[in-house]
Design a protein around this ligand. Structure first.
Ligand SMILES: Nc1nc2c(ncn2[C@@H]2O[C@H](COP(=O)(O)OP(=O)(O)OP(=O)(O)O)[C@@H](O)[C@H]2O)c(=O)[nH]1
Ligand SMILES: [Mg+2]
Length: 240
């Protein structure tokens, strides 16, 4: 519980056998966390067995993709506050408390991994990736009149259940560019939001999204086109 509200943590899991057990343990050991939902996205390794050894809730999502896994997890959450974060060893569970402090004043708190002092040696946030995340976030911020945004790809976020209920029907992206869609929907619905720096550590196991430069560049281009498309064709929500 945090500030009288139940806290659910949603973890998207795709072949994370090396990390998932420790990740669940560390998130469950946070004083404010009430439940952890591990969304297995058709893992072919021992992720399922590792999840079942813990007190996390196991959910299987067969529609492949980072976005599909996160959307399913948020749908399953029972908490008043929903935290999304990756179980790949790159985030620190204790940072949840930092994001939760801001959730008192803001309906949505975005983590950012681009604050230089918090990027650990060996983390996958070298100059190019950092510049790319920052640049695309600034593009989104400008087109959707957001608060300062410096990371378009950070999974670590907190959303109030009430805010999630307002925007969930507008989630469409099954793939790796779900993070900018999340940010766009929050801004389109005028939901009060803020960005907070989080630690970013080296990954254990295979990086599936931004590990190779070619993949990271391709994803960046997809995100830019997606943001542009949303700005041109997607309607801003008007309160009735
Ligand atoms: N790529 C990918 N990730 C998925 C999928 N379903 C769930 N995930 C999870 O989503 C998270 C993001 O994938 P990562 O491989 O960590 O990608 P990334 O964060 O861009 O890059 P690194 O952290 O540097 O590896 C991980 O926790 C995956 O286990 C899927 O279909 N594809
Ligand atoms: Mg990751």
């Amino acid at each position: 519980m945090y500030n009288g509200m139940r806290v659910s943590v949603v973890l998207p899991v795709y072949n994370e056998e090396e990390n998932i057990h420790n990740a669940i343990k560390s998130f469950l050991s946070q004083p404010s966390v009430d439940e952890v939902i591990a969304v297995d996205n058709n893992s072919t390794d021992r992720s399922k067995e590792e999840i079942l050894k813990t007190n996390a809730r196991y959910v299987l999502e067969t529609r492949q993709g980072y976005g599909s896994a996160l959307q399913r997890g948020m749908q399953e959450a029972n908490g008043d506050l929903i935290v999304t974060v990756e179980p790949d060893g790159t985030f620190l569970a204790k940072d949840i408390e930092k994001l939760l402090i801001y959730s008192v004043d803001y309906q949505v708190v975005f983590g950012t991994r681009t604050s230089r002092a918090l990027i650990w040696s060996g983390a996958n946030m070298k100059f190019g990736i950092r510049l790319g995340n920052w640049g695309v976030a600034k593009f989104l911020e400008y087109l959707f009149n957001g608060p300062s945004l410096t990371d378009v790809g950070c999974t670590f976020k907190v959303i109030h259940k009430l805010a999630y209920d307002k925007i969930k029907h507008r989630f469409t992206v099954p793939g790796s560019w779900f993070s900018p869609e999340f940010m766009i929907r929050v801004l389109q619905y005028n939901i009060p939001c803020v960005e907070v720096p989080v630690h970013y550590c080296p990954r254990k196991g295979e990086s599936k999204i931004t590990g190779k430069t070619s993949k990271a560049v391709k994803l960046g281009i997809i995100m830019i086109f997606f943001i542009l498309k949303e700005r041109i064709f997607s309607k801003k929500h008007k309160e009735k």
